[in-house]
Ligand binder design. Structure first.
Ligand SMILES: Cc1ncc(C[n+]2csc(CCOP(=O)(O)OP(=O)(O)O)c2C)c(N)n1
Ligand code: SF4
Length: 318
């Protein structure tokens, strides 16, 4: 991706849209993604948040967030966003709102995005609602104790897939592909993000801002308690997910996919997996070579299929 606006870290906005003192866990990858996303988006946004960890950012009357916030039931954030969009548009028509931006952002975890809120999301895309949708993807239902979601990767230990004789490899199913689910409806903009690549992240928000209509961002969100890692590992894991090819950085403009960063040489997936307690059973007490090969095989298949076309730029600096 040729960057138009964000070429170095100095070009990122200095304003901090999130004040200190929030009650989320130290090292929360979702919070970092939200902070960077909001920096790039600018002020005057209304966040419509489905129940999840980020709900803790608005424990009335306190919030560390500088923008507006409305909390909805888990299934209905996109429906809430429609109401906010309509209200803002009516106020603007009546001349009661200034000329400033009036951005509406749905903020959800993967449980709401992939499972409980998928129907209302599909309906909003179908209506062509003009909104941003930020899914911080910690690959489980984090807020209620890290249960399996449709976004949980194969082999992850979760609260509902503990390591037990009947589930020796944790979650037995591959994760569902939210990027492709959205892309099938050809909204103007769909992208994946990693907080370890802030320039790539910010440039995508800038590119998306040129389009009216539904705009999706899925940010991999390392979750220290759920992933069973120390807080300081969150950014490193967000980076390793990209470097191993497990988390491709890409975008789709009107359905056409391009990869925005492709590592020159992919690291083996076990460098990413072995650092996390949720995958520890694949390495201890006995190494599960078959499971690791399966995960590596799926990544290799993905990149083999992605190679022809797709605007690849091997080794491009993110
Ligand atoms: C319909 C419904 N089912 C269950 C819940 C209970 N609940 C509240 S937050 C939450 C977890 C949400 O997971 P996710 O969307 O992935 O966000 P995260 O907690 O990871 O931030 C659940 C299951 C709910 N609020 N509504
Ligand atoms: S449980 Fe995970 S997603 Fe939730 S606040 Fe803590 S680190 Fe963030």
């Amino acid at each position: 991706m040729k960057r138009e606006r964000y070429k170095s870290l100095r070009t990122l906005p200095r304003e901090e849209p999130l004040g200190p003192g929030g009650p989320l866990c130290a090292g929360c990858g979702g919070l970092l993604a939200l902070r960077l996303f909001h920096k790039a988006l600018g002020g005057n946004a209304v966040f419509v948040n489905a129940a999840g960890c980020c709900t803790l950012l608005a424990t009335y009357p306190f919030t560390p967030l500088r923008s507006s916030w409305i909390y909805t039931a888990m299934a209905s954030a996109p429906a809430g966003a429609q109401g906010v969009r309509d209200a803002l548009d009516i106020l603007a028509e009546k001349g009661k709102l200034g000329a400033g931006d009036r951005k509406v952002v749905v903020l959800t975890g993967d449980g709401a995005a992939q499972d409980i809120g998928l129907q209302s999301t599909m309906a909003a895309i179908h209506r062509g609602l003009d909104f941003y949708y930020l899914c911080y993807d910690n690959e489980a239902y984090g807020n209620t104790g890290f249960q399996t979601s449709a976004s949980t990767p194969y082999g992850s230990r979760t609260a509902t897939c503990p390591i037990a004789p009947l589930s020796p490899r944790g979650n037995p199913a591959p994760r569902r592909d939210l990027f492709e689910i959205w892309r099938a409806q050809k909204p103007p903009y769909v992208a994946t993000l990693s907080a370890a690549y802030p320039l790539d992240l910010a440039e995508k928000v800038f590119r998306a801002s040129k389009f009216a209509g539904p705009k999706l961002f899925i940010a991999l969100a390392p979750c220290p308690p759920g992933w069973d890692v120390d807080s300081e590992w969150a950014v490193e894991l967000a980076r390793l997910a990209v470097e191993t090819g497990i988390w491709p950085l890409k975008e789709a403009v009107h359905g056409e996919v391009s990869h925005t960063f492709v590592p020159r040489r992919f690291k083996p997936v076990e460098q990413y997996l072995s650092l996390q307690g949720r995958f520890r059973h694949l390495f201890e007490p006995k190494r599960d070579d078959a499971a690791i090969a399966l995960i590596q095989g799926a990544v290799d298949e993905y990149w083999k299929a992605a190679r022809p076309g797709g605007g690849r730029a091997p080794g491009e600096t993110p």
